[in-house]
Design a protein around this ligand. Structure first.
Ligand code: UDP
Length: 316
């Protein structure tokens, strides 16, 4: 039997990282999950701990990581990823996007591994071009509160591409647009867990601003499928992966109310600083080069997610 390939997933105990660990274990890889659990949750990987092909390392990837043996793939997903989390951890967010990317690229160079960086639609900031194509350079406030995440990810893209150019590393960069689903942290502050938590408790849903700002929500399984295709592709530059179905936050709040059958009403609260007014991925590159497009409509994904949060409440 051929020896299994080893894949390192940083942030492997987080929302997306843990789904990646599941995907690659099922796909026949040996998975090394690296996480310092500042926003990750070991409940997300508890079911994998007994698998002999799964290794968990509690390590802060902003510090160097030495590994014995072969590593074939590195996926750098470690970072606080919700606006509330990166405002609570601004310096660790900057460090994991910069030093964490530097150290994982160093490891990729040493091990001659394929490298995939988790980047973000936040590199477009508050976009003045709509929908956002990969060729758009963005509109980011570097010293605003969101800058700690946006600029760290922009630096991460820059250094990843420099390692590709200078050292010939086989790099991939995925720009992830708002993704949701089971294993989001209920208190991570993002709109999906916030609204679902509020709805399940019959509390008012907190719409920030007028609710006319837009987002385009991608179900996690579609995103994982897109990332897996990207990993095995020949593209080195950034690729948007997200669902182009765009909704206002007010529309989204009404859907949550409808699908969770809550008595909750809507209340309006101030819009956070630099909150992007609109966001929708142009996914023509992913369609053309990866043969990828999302399959799960918001209605279905949202119902699944509400159900999952409801079940969590019963277990707790
Ligand atoms: N939002 C909201 N109420 C909440 C949480 C978020 O209206 O309780 C809004 C937020 O202002 C933003 C959108 O929902 O316009 C998406 O916010 P999120 O934090 O999920 O992620 P972002 O896309 O801003 O990174």
């Amino acid at each position: 039997m051929a020896k299994k390939k080893t894949i390192v997933v940083t942030g492997g105990a987080g929302f997306l990282g843990s789904h990646l660990c599941d995907f690659f274990i099922a796909d026949g890889y040996r998975v090394m999950c690296v996480d310092n659990l500042i926003t990750g949750n070991n409940q997300n990987i508890r079911h994998l701990l007994r698998d002999k092909n799964f290794i968990f390392m509690n390590h802060n990837i902003s510090k160097e990581l030495r590994l014995a043996g072969s590593v074939h793939y590195i996926m750098h997903f470690a970072s606080p990823a919700s606006p509330v989390d990166y405002l609570n951890h601004p310096i660790p967010t900057l460090k994991v996007g910069s030093l964490g990317t530097y150290h994982t690229l160093g490891l990729a160079k040493l091990k001659k591994a394929v490298y995939l960086l988790a980047s973000t639609s936040e590199v477009y900031g508050d976009p003045q071009v709509h929908p956002q194509k990969e060729s758009y350079w963005g509109n980011v406030n570097p010293i605003g509160p969101r800058g700690v995440y946006d600029e760290a990810k922009r630096f991460a893209e820059a250094i990843t591409f420099a390692y590709h150019r200078s050292h010939g590393i086989d790099t991939k960069i995925v720009r992830i647009f708002n993704t949701y689903g089971p294993r989001m942290r209920i208190n991570d502050g993002r709109v999906v867990p916030n609204f679902i938590d509020q709805a399940l408790k019959n509390q008012p849903l907190t719409v920030y601003g007028t609710g006319q700002q837009t987002r385009s929500f991608c179900y996690y399984s579609d995103l994982i499928d897109g990332i897996a295709r990207l990993l095995h592709s020949k593209i080195h530059g950034p690729v948007n992966i997200g669902n182009p179905d765009e909704f206002t936050i007010l529309q989204f709040a009404k859907m949550v109310i409808q699908f969770s059958k809550t008595k909750s009403k809507i209340v309006y609260q101030p819009l956070p600083q630099d909150d992007p007014k609109q966001r929708r991925p142009d996914i023509s590159l992913a369609k053309k080069e990866l043969g990828w497009e999302p399959k799960i409509k918001l209605e279905q994904g949202l119902k699944n997610t509400i159900q999952w949060f409801e079940n969590q409440g019963k277990v707790a």
